[in-house]
Design a protein around this ligand. Sequence first.
Ligand code: AVJ
Length: 322
Amino acid sequence: MQNNQTRTFTSAFEQEVYEGLTSFPKHLSSKYFYDEIGDKLFQDIMAMPEYYLTNREFDILEANKAEISALFSRDGEVFSLFELGAGDGKKTKILLQYLVDNKIPFDYRPIDISQNALDQLENAIKQEIPEVEVNTLQGTYFDTLRDIDKVNGRKKVILFLGSNIGNLLHEPAIEFLKNLRDSINEGDLILMGFDQKKNPQTILDAYNDKTGITEAFNKNILARINRELGGDFVLDNFLHWEVYDPETGTAKSYLVSKAAQRINIESLGLQIRLKRWETIHTEISQKYDDATVEWLAEQSGLQIVTEFADNQNQYKNYVFKK
Ligand code: AVJ
């Protein structure tokens, strides 16, 4: 066994893969889904009819863009629109276009770990809405927000869309919201997406499509370990498995080992065994109700300014302030 030897890792990815695969039960973090291939697979997920989240949020922003923009620029003061994990900006462009059309002064500051994602987004906006002043920020969410706090005296509005908060269990979500609260001032706003509890079958279908896109997305974490860490996972030896607990609102993704197998991961000098039907937990996608969002806000010292929903309450966008 190599578990009790002192190890040095050359990246957080290496360390977390090592720790996750030598734990019981085994787990890997969904934040490592998103390399170039994972980004592309997530784009495909957002285009699937079963993955209702994207369209619901798109519709909410479209239907409420005037009211949302009025909240952002209440006093006519110029503001900076930050976005955490902007992706392809499809939904954000609704707001950007409306702000430009109505000559509301702002600049757009998308934040992402991936410079590649930022470059693509910046180019797309320069093409489609050239009037927008874009200042990309490469880095982790909070380092960047804190740095900006010191140099930019403008009012801040922070977007965190897509129900990305759902990847966090409640406790880390509260930590995250507290950090966000610490990075804003009185008068600043946060617009955040929360996928809602609904018919459990609708949720299972969104995370277990018949075409296998979500399966490929989930298994990409194994493919990525193969590519980057010299692993020898055989993807066909795993089942993609989704469960949803309608009581807690937690959807969980697993990779289930179809056979007893050994895996070598060269750059970790690690060999692991998986028993037949042993699991690797890879993701949670939390679903919310009003009481839960109110509790999260209260726990993290944020106040709810208002909320926007689609006509079936499938998805909601909340506006918070300090
Ligand atoms: C990007 C975290 C919001 O949990 O719904 C989509 C990721 N996982 N299908 C989600 C995801 C499987 C997605 N988030």
